[in-house]
Design a protein around this ligand. Structure first.
Ligand SMILES: [Zn+2]
Length: 93
């Protein structure tokens, strides 16, 4: 709660200022890949599109719950800035 999913947001995928728009089920007529869960967003499924203001080609389509999760993560990491609780030493390689 507390996060508006429409209007200007910071795109979790590119970290750029982006416009977020809701795609209604009747507007969804293609299959998209959600960058958060890597599963398909199927035609007829309502979802969100995030379009960076300066790079429209980098737009991504997200499940609502996935965008919410990614944005919450952003907010939390912004809030803890300066506290440095998270270690970046974990190796994912
Ligand atoms: Zn997803």
């Amino acid at each position: 709660m507390g996060i508006a999913l429409t209007g200007d947001i910071v795109d979790p995928a590119t970290n750029q200022l982006a416009q977020c728009r809701k795609i209604q089920p009747y507007q969804a007529n293609k299959t998209y890949l959600c960058p958060e869960c890597n599963f398909d967003i199927r035609p007829g499924e309502g979802h969100f599109v995030v379009v960076p203001h300066l790079d429209h080609d980098a737009r991504r389509h997200w499940h609502e719950r996935c965008l919410m999760r990614a944005l919450n993560r952003e907010v939390k990491s912004n809030r803890s800035k300066g506290r440095r609780k998270r270690s970046h030493k974990r190796s994912n390689a």
